[in-house]
Design a protein around this ligand. Structure first.
Ligand SMILES: Cc1cc2nc3c(=O)[nH]c(=O)nc-3n(C[C@H](O)[C@H](O)[C@H](O)COP(=O)(O)OP(=O)(O)OC[C@H]3O[C@@H](n4cnc5c(N)ncnc54)[C@H](O)[C@@H]3O)c2cc1C
Length: 309
């Protein structure tokens, strides 16, 4: 008889979850827009908010690391994969809520739903206010965490409250502090729902602004190639793309990763790129821009997992 395999801390942390909610050794590249990176030791899709709290609690008890992946539109997974649990919240973790309060609209949506969902609900209920989110890929959890936006607005400016799950429970919080492409979330917390404040307004103007924005994206962004949007945040007083172009790296290629010929602050995967190819390009740009201008480029993309030397 085969000897029984010893129960690992990961096994213990996953106990109690439905088998269908857990995938072992799950490749993450298909879940990330740039299509790069290794596998998660366990990819977990909790069916509801209580299950999220349960996984966080069990993971804390057994000392298992937990990471969250939204739509993977701003994530670079390391070639060595991700140890422990990667949570991926379903779009229907909890029921949506739509309320009208006078001239205002309040929509409460799941963090695992696409960013586009709030734009759809805005249009459906004839409200305005979330136009700048149209065309940004990813989930609402990622949009809150990254304070996603454009020069026309940022996600947290229209967020009324965020539901956070921790090992100790879940509840809505208001007044989280945020800045350019960053929201301060309590360590280890997971965004499970987001409540947006919308309002009555000029619907034709709202649609016109979204159409303009989408047209601009199509003209200026390499949307047909796998990528993760802007690589670096814009340093104060500069545009990262212009700085990268000024040091002659637009179109530069390492392995199968390339600074896009269309937009220098975007890296595209030409096919089978590794995380190492991508980080080598990023390191090169940071070094060249630092030497030429003294400006430090800060990555916008979030790294997840183990990056091999
Ligand atoms: C073509 C393209 C265009 C883009 N244009 C823009 C743009 O105009 N403006 C802009 O701001 N960004 C843009 N981005 C980047 C990206 O769309 C945004 O950052 C988006 O908010 C990422 O959401 P996501 O769910 O994919 O996040 P992910 O990449 O999955 O995760 C990003 C971070 O959020 C964390 N996270 C995700 N979900 C949760 C959760 N539920 N709880 C806690 N933490 C969580 C992750 O752990 C990670 O640290 C673009 C990307 C692409 C590919």
């Amino acid at each position: 008889m085969m000897p029984a395999r010893a129960l690992t801390a990961l096994d213990a942390a996953l106990e109690g979850l439905p088998a269908a909610a857990v995938q072992r050794d799950a490749p993450l590249a298909p879940w990330c827009s740039v299509r790069v990176g290794g596998a998660a030791e366990a990819l977990v899709r909790p069916p509801n908010v209580d299950a999220v709290v349960g996984v966080l609690r069990a993971a804390r008890e057994h000392g298992v690391p937990v990471a969250v992946l939204g739509g993977g539109a701003n994530t670079l997974v390391g070639d060595g994969g991700v140890p422990g649990i990667v949570l991926k919240l379903p779009a229907d973790l909890a029921p949506e809520q739509i309320e009208r309060v006078g001239e205002r609209g309040r929509v409460t949506v799941c963090a695992g739903a696409a960013i586009a969902r709030v734009v759809t609900l805005m249009k459906l209920h004839r409200w305005v206010g979330a136009e700048f989110l149209a065309g940004i890929p990813g989930t609402l959890g990622g949009a809150v965490t990254m304070n996603a936006g454009t020069k026309h607005g940022e996600c947290m400016s229209i967020v009324e409250a965020v539901e956070l799950a921790t090992p100790d429970g879940a509840g809505f919080v208001e007044g989280l502090s945020f800045r350019y492409r960053h929201t301060e979330l309590p360590t280890g917390s997971v965004v499970t729902r987001v409540r947006f404040a919308l309002r009555d307004g000029d619907l034709a103007d709202s649609q016109r602004r979204m159409d303009e924005d989408l047209g601009y994206r199509k003209r200026t962004q390499p949307l047909s190639q796998p990528n993760f949007g802007s690589v670096f945040t814009n340093p104060p007083g500069h545009f990262a793309g212009q700085l990268i172009e000024s040091v002659k790296l637009k179109g530069h290629r390492i392995g199968n990763a390339q600074f896009s010929t269309l937009h220098a602050n975007w890296i595209v995967n030409l096919g089978q790129a590794t995380a190492k190819d991508v980080t080598s390009l990023m390191d090169l740009a940071q070094q060249r821009v630092r030497e030429a201008t003294g400006v430090e480029l800060t990555p916008e993309v979030q790294r997840l997992g183990v990056f091999l030397p």
